[in-house]
Ligand binder design. Structure first.
Ligand code: CMP
Length: 137
């Protein structure tokens, strides 16, 4: 059955003017944009979204980074889109993400406390449902 996922073009992607390039890759892969909006999340929204990372050394820098500028939130649909978008995005660390992926081709390490890796994609159907409810309330 068709599933949905939450994709975020994070503040680094928007600030670097890569929103269009990232959307082009998503569209070229064949997934469907169901909803899309420019968002400036408050701390409460980010605390809910990143609840699993609370207490980790990069948690505060991560929230600060995510409040540093607008993100683009996308409700994306397609068969196996959760798995497919994560494959398109590449692994978390942009330095070693495979070339051909969004992070591998467009990202790098900037020597900051939090990895700036351009995009987020839900990691499971449960996460997707939870995160879509947060960003598309
Ligand atoms: P993402 O996996 O979408 O959500 C958690 C984010 O925290 C991750 O992207 C990175 O931006 C950041 N992150 C994860 N692990 C680390 C780490 N070890 N050091 C710095 N930042 C991290």
């Amino acid at each position: 059955a068709t599933e949905e996922t939450l994709v975020l073009v994070k503040p680094d992607g928007v600030a670097r003017g890569l929103t269009g390039a990232i959307l082009a890759r998503i569209e070229a892969k064949g997934y469907s944009l169901v909803d899309i909006r420019l968002v400036e999340p408050d701390r409460g929204t980010l605390e809910r979204h990143y609840a699993e990372h609370e207490g980790k050394p990069f948690y505060e820098p991560l929230l600060e980074f995510m409040m540093s500028g607008p993100s683009v939130a996308i409700r994306l649909a397609g068969n196996r889109v959760i798995e497919g978008f994560r494959s398109l995005a590449g692994t978390t660390d942009p330095t070693t993400a495979a070339p051909g992926t969004i992070r591998g081709d467009l990202g790098r390490d900037w020597g900051l406390k939090v990895q700036q890796n351009l995009v987020h994609g839900s990691d499971s159907p449960e996460s997707a449902a939870r995160e879509l409810a947060i960003w598309f309330a």
